[in-house]
Design a protein around this ligand. Structure first.
Ligand code: HEM
Length: 458
């Protein structure tokens, strides 16, 4: 014990201003701030920063990130930063912790197995085709707002794959109500002056109204399903029928509501944003675009509509998606709270400490990713998966979907959706950039393009 203590070294602390610490630098430009820390403290592997009155340890390397997310994951909980999300997601997979989370994850996991996802692939492909047809009716001389277009199509896909296609007019009501709730919640999360939810501010009232509307719709859909007993190939059905192997119990209606809203929220904006970034990058890199289009053409041959098998048979398309997720990971930071002490070599993190993990920082580490700002999908070619010293890249140097037991449950879903949309769109259209358009990332809850992405579809 004595040896362990004597070999402990203090984690470096980034100097800041009295009282506010590093809050202003962080708020001014979070991405530049985090990358600056990586440059300055990378060799120390972690650094302490003080943001919003709380000391947090930022992990700068894959090994320590892996320890938090995987090796010692039971030592880390969600912490306070998830409180606002919990207000509208309830106690769903994203916001719950401990044994409750473990049970929910066990129940939900089978719905995301590969074979089950294949059933959803057909819905994704049909929606992709309908999307391309809608885009075909637009004026080709004008640039298309691709951010709005990807929001629209991902909303349709997530509503259909979660709640099925038998909703009729309730489908668009539900899509609208959920995205409204999402929008209101986004504002709440980024508003530092938000008053407690019991104060009837316009924002709080809008939030309550949106939540009531979503709840009414979801509970009525669940009730119809239970009453008719009809079977559907959608996620709601899979979750309705899920029972815990250990206890034989299923989910309550309230829990189902929380999981459905969670899946919708976690799955829609992330995928829409990644799609917009990918199309932006492709429009800026005609050489890469030509290679993807050639791969799609060879795979599809004379067919217009891809099959689920086609989607998995295009390695270069997957490389492009990975490289886009590397440059612009929608979940750019993830936070945790330590439950007990944890040792990292010479460093010690005590109980009750904030820990920040950042896919964005890891994805831009020049030690692993030479010229990290360059878009180069060949980095993901199997023979090139090496770091600067020609070693295999550490698996945690690329974590757009997180890692360990809390790895994104929808990762395969999201990749399949992106593959379907990109395949159909790029097969039908030629993509061209709008001259002079250079878009910076804006780190909100997700890492969004700062302005709408516009491209020519010809
Ligand atoms: C490009 C798209 C996506 C990205 C980049 C992404 C990223 C992530 C990340 C990084 C986490 C881990 C968060 C943490 O550990 O703190 C996560 C968790 C989660 N994601 Fe995704 N996600 C995407 C799409 C989806 C989709 C399509 C769904 C559902 C249909 C989904 C559902 C979830 C859920 C439920 C969790 C919580 C899992 C748990 O803690 O057990 N995500 N996602």
């Amino acid at each position: 014990m004595e040896t362990a203590l004597s070999s402990t070294r203090a984690i470096p602390v980034h100097p800041g201003l009295p009282v506010v610490g590093n809050t202003l630098s962080y708020l001014r430009d979070p991405l530049a701030f985090l990358r600056g820390l990586q440059q300055q403290y990378g060799s120390e592997r972690m650094v302490r920063i003080s943001v919003g009155g709380r000391l947090t340890t930022l992990m700068l390397k894959p090994e320590e990130t892996k320890q938090v997310l995987q090796e010692n994951n039971r030592n880390y909980g969600r912490g306070k930063s998830f409180a606002i999300l919990r207000e509208f997601l309830g106690n769903g997979l994203l916001t719950s912790d401990g044994d409750f989370w473990r049970r929910q994850r066990r129940l939900a996991q089978p719905a995301f197995h590969r074979q089950k996802l294949i059933l959803l692939a057909e819905t994704m492909i049909s929606e992709a085709v309908a999307w391309a047809e809608r885009l075909e009716t637009m004026d080709r001389q004008k640039p298309v707002n691709i951010s709005a277009a990807t929001t629209d199509v991902t909303l349709r896909i997530v509503t259909k794959t979660l709640f099925g296609s038998d909703l009729g007019s309730r489908s668009s009501d539900l899509g609208r109500a959920l995205s409204h709730l999402n929008h209101v919640a986004n504002n709440a999360v980024i508003n530092p002056f938000r008053l407690p939810k019991w104060v009837p501010t316009p924002d709080n009232r809008a939030f309550e109204k949106a939540r009531r509307e979503v709840d009414q719709l979801i509970f009525s859909i669940i009730e119809t399903r239970q009453r008719t007993g009809e079977s559907h190939d959608d996620l709601l059905d899979m979750l309705l029928r899920a029972t815990d192997d250990e206890t034989g119990e299923g989910m309550s209606d309230a829990q189902l509501r929380d999981e459905m809203v969670t899946l919708f929220t976690a799955g829609q904006e992330t995928t829409a944003t990644s799609m917009a970034w990918t199309l932006y990058l492709l429009a800026q890199h005609p050489d890469v675009l030509a290679r993807v289009k050639a791969e799609i053409s060879t795979t599809l041959g004379p067919r217009d509509r891809p099959s689920a098998d086609d989607l998995r048979a295009m390695p270069f398309l997957s490389q492009v998606i990975n490289e886009s997720l590397r440059l612009y990971p929608p979940a750019w930071v993830m936070s945790r709270l330590s439950l007990g002490p944890d040792r990292f070599g010479e460093y010690m993190i005590d109980a009750n400490q904030g820990v920040l993990l950042s896919p964005y920082v890891l994805h831009h580490d020049p030690a692993t990713w030479p010229k990290p700002d360059q878009f180069n999908p060949d980095r993901f070619a199997p023979e090139l998966m090496k770091d600067k010293s020609d070693r295999e890249r550490h698996p945690y140097s690329f974590i757009p979907f997180g890692g360990g037991p809390r790895l994104c449950i929808g990762n395969q879903f999201a990749l399949m959706e992106m593959q379907a949309l990109l395949t159909v769109l790029l097969h039908r259209f030629d993509l061209q950039s709008v001259p002079g358009l250079h878009i910076k990332p804006q780190p909100l809850i997700t890492l969004r393009p700062k302005q709408a992405v516009r491209v020519f579809l010809r």
